[in-house]
Design a protein around this ligand. Structure first.
Ligand SMILES: [Zn+2]
Length: 323
C-alpha cells in the first residue's frame, strides 16, 4: 500500500524478488494542472510492473499526465520508465548516466576491465546475462531529457531543484525542496544498507567523487529524506558521517591488505576484504564476486588518487601495490 509520507508525496515500496536489495522505493508527487512527478520506477520485470500498476491505480494517478524523475541509470530505478510513460511523459535523467544508455558495448567494456582486474575469464555473455542490470533494464523508446544539476521543477505545492551527486553513478541526481527541507536521495544516501560504490573503468575515481558529494549534501537543510531503498529518515546528517567513515575504513582495509601481502590484483584484494555475506569468498555467487570486485577497484583507485597505491600492467593483468 502506498503511504503518504509528506503532503501530496506517496511512497510505494516495490519488491525485488530474489535480489539482496529486497525492494525499491518509487514515489509519486501529486501536482495540479501541470501534472504529477514520479521519482524512480523499478526493475523491468513482471513482479515489479504488477505491484506498481496496482499502486498507481489505487492512488488514481494518470500516467499520461506524469513525468518521471530517475535518480540514476540502474535498472531498479530506470527499468520501468519507458513502459510507464509510454512515450508520453518525459523521463529526466542525469546526463552522464544517459550517455550509457545508448552505448552498445557498455557491458562488454565493463567485463573486459573486470578480467584485467582478476575476474574469471568466462564466456562474457554468460556473466553479463546474469547481471540484474542487464536482465531488467529499460526496453523501448522513452522521451528522455538529460539533467546537469540545478534545474528547477514546480510540482503542485513544491519547488524542486536537482542536485548532481556523482559517486554511486556518475550522473546521480537528487531532488531537493529547500523550503520544506525534502530530499529524494536516490541511492546517494541509504540508511539500512550501504550504497555500492564500484568501478569498472580507467581514468575515473567514483569514491573521491562520492566523498565530495556527501560533504556537499551535508550542507543542505533537510528534514525528510526519501531514499531509493528501505526506510525514509529525517535528517541525513548522522548517516552522512557514518558513510564517510565507512569508506575511509574500507580504503584502509585495502591498504593494509596490500601492505601485508605485496602486489596483487583487485580480485585478490576483494577476496581478503570483509563482506556481509555468509561463507568464504570462493563460495560467493558469481554476481556477488562481481559486485565485490567493483567495490575493491573503487577503493584501490581512491588510494591511487591519494598517492598511496600504484598500479602496473603485465600481460593484460593489473596489479596494485603500495608506493
Ligand atoms: Zn538502487
Amino acid at each position: 500500500m502506498a503511504v503518504e509520507v509528506a503532503p501530496d508525496i506517496f511512497r510505494m515500496e516495490v519488491p525485488l524478488p530474489g535480489n539482496p536489495l529486497r525492494s525499491v522505493n518509487s514515489y509519486i508527487i501529486r501536482g495540479n494542472d501541470d501534472g504529477n512527478m514520479m521519482v524512480d520506477t523499478a526493475m523491468n520485470r513482471p513482479e515489479c510492473r504488477e505491484v506498481l500498476e496496482r499502486e498507481l491505480s489505487d492512488l488514481d494517478v494518470d500516467m499520461t499526465r506524469t513525468d518521471v524523475f530517475v535518480t540514476h541509470m540502474h535498472a531498479d530505478h530506470l527499468g520501468l520508465a519507458p513502459y510507464l510513460t509510454g512515450g508520453r511523459g518525459t523521463v529526466f535523467l542525469g546526463k552522464e548516466d544517459a550517455a550509457f544508455i545508448d552505448e552498445s558495448d557498455y557491458w562488454m567494456r565493463m567485463y573486459a576491465y573486470g578480467v584485467m582486474n582478476g575476474f574469471p575469464r568466462l564466456d562474457p555473455m554468460e556473466a553479463i546475462r546474469k547481471h540484474p542490470g542487464y536482465r531488467y533494464g529499460p526496453l523501448g523508446e522513452m522521451n528522455l531529457r538529460t539533467l546537469a544539476g540545478g534545474e528547477r521543477f514546480t510540482v503542485g505545492r513544491y519547488e524542486f531543484r536537482t542536485v548532481h551527486t556523482p559517486g554511486h553513478t556518475e550522473g546521480h541526481m537528487m531532488l531537493y525542496e529547500k523550503e520544506e527541507g525534502i530530499l529524494f536521495s536516490g541511492d546517494h544516501i541509504l540508511f539500512d544498507i550501504t550504497p555500492n560504490i564500484s568501478l569498472f573503468e580507467e581514468d575515473k575515481d567514483p569514491l573521491s567523487e562520492y566523498m565530495s558529494s556527501l560533504k556537499m549534501t551535508r550542507e543542505l537543510r533537510v528534514e525528510n529524506t526519501f531514499p531509493g531503498h528501505r526506510t525514509p529518515m529525517k535528517d541525513p546528517g548522522p548517516r552522512i558521517e557514518e558513510l564517510i567513515s565507512h569508506h575511509l575504513q574500507r580504503a584502509e582495509e585495502a591498504f593494509d591488505i596490500l601492505r601485508d601481502s605485496g602486489p596483487m590484483t583487485a580480485m585478490d584484494v576483494a577476496s581478503r576484504m570483509t563482506w556481509d555475506m555468509r561463507g568464504s569468498f570462493e563460495e560467493f555467487p558469481l554476481m556477488q564476486k562481481w559486485f565485490a570486485l567493483g567495490e575493491a577497484i573503487a577503493h584501490l583507485r581512491y588510494l591511487e588518487t591519494n598517492g598511496k597505491v600504484g598500479v602496473r600492467e603485465r600481460a593484460g593483468i593489473l596489479r596494485y601495490s603500495l608506493i
